[in-house]
Write a protein of this length. Structure first.
Length: 119
């Protein structure tokens, strides 16, 4: 459940900056995305962009997921748990089932090389 409003601003053609601390209560506890964190929302491969935008109803889930994947994040959580939280938030925000399942499958398949690594 969202605990504060997500407020971001574009900083270039790919990244957005979180302008205020953003808090989200998940099944694994409270996740706090710090002010100043940079996100690309969803890293959608070009082949899927006609189906899934980089931002939309899944935006909150993508920002929390990006933070949980960040090397700066100190939340003690596995990659699989971070991916489940991504799916959980998309369910809460009524992202269409086919989109959320596809996005979840994509992060499970391709997210490993990005978990807790600097961009």
């Amino acid at each position: 459940m969202e605990k504060s409003r997500l407020n971001t601003c574009p900083i270039d053609d790919k990244y957005w900056e979180v302008l205020e601390e953003y808090s989200y209560e998940t099944s694994k506890g409270l996740v706090v995305v710090p002010k100043g964190f940079r996100t690309d929302y969803a890293s959608v491969p070009k082949i899927f962009r006609n189906i899934i935008n980089t931002y939309g109803k899944h935006g909150r889930a993508a920002v929390v997921h990006d933070w949980l994947y960040s090397s700066r994040c100190e939340v003690n959580i596995s990659r699989a748990e971070a991916d489940k939280i991504f799916l959980e938030i998309m369910v809460e925000w009524n992202v269409k089932k086919y989109k959320r399942i596809l996005m979840y499958i994509l992060v499970r398949m391709f997210g490993g090389s990005h978990f807790r690594k600097d961009r």
